[in-house]
Design a binder for this molecule. Sequence first.
Ligand SMILES: [Mn+2]
Length: 267
Amino acid sequence: MATQHPTYVIGDIHGQFKRLVGLLQSVGLIGDALQWTGGASTLWFMGDLVDRGPDGIPVIDLVMRLQAEAAAVNGCVASLLGNHEMLLLAAYRFGRRSTGLGSSFLSKWKRNGGNRKDLASLKLEHLGWLANLPAMAHVDDHLFIHADAPLYLKYGRSVQEVNAAIKDLLRRSDSLAWEELLEDFVRRGIFYSDRHGEVLAQRFLDLYGGQCLVHGHTPISYMLGCQPKKVTRPLLYAGGRCVNVDSGLYLGGHGFVSRLPFSSEEH
Ligand SMILES: [Mn+2]
């Protein structure tokens, strides 16, 4: 279904600021001065803006600024909460405190590609923004989630319930609850198995709404077993119910920005 103003999605950026700028410029969403030129368009990030790359905070700063600029012209820029946003928040909040599994939140974050420079330049405005990112969203009959993992089912039976429960978790300093969610984010690929994948994807869509589930979190090259540079477009799978938009930018993938709806040619 075509909407009057286009909706774009982009996968996991992981601190690749320069590549992000190039990708957004290539589709005309930002200009030479990195200003929003998308008018009333909508742009959604699938989460994991930070870690594994050099410029996580500049990426957040850009997204936050574009969000304000887009809103001023009836456009929309938004991002899901990825596990790496949560890892960064956990490193900030709990630091060297034990996760209960024999390591600290700080070391867990570092093991997962945490960038010292990002932690050092985190400001209050970033913390507030990150802690309010939705875990899932329903946009133009698409269901957006960061991870191809079952964890969402634990937190609620509607998009609103899941978002409220995870936002509440991020407000509280219950380190065990943080640890559990971070561990649940380690899962991936649940919609990709031959038979159960389609069934599970349909269960998500029946429960949370939408005709098509869009996610990041798992580089497409992992699923296809190919070189990251070979990935040039989203991966449609699970009988067309799922779309993976994680181009594996941090692995050297070129990246892409997709416009909804996804074409069935994108196999
Ligand atoms: Mn992720």
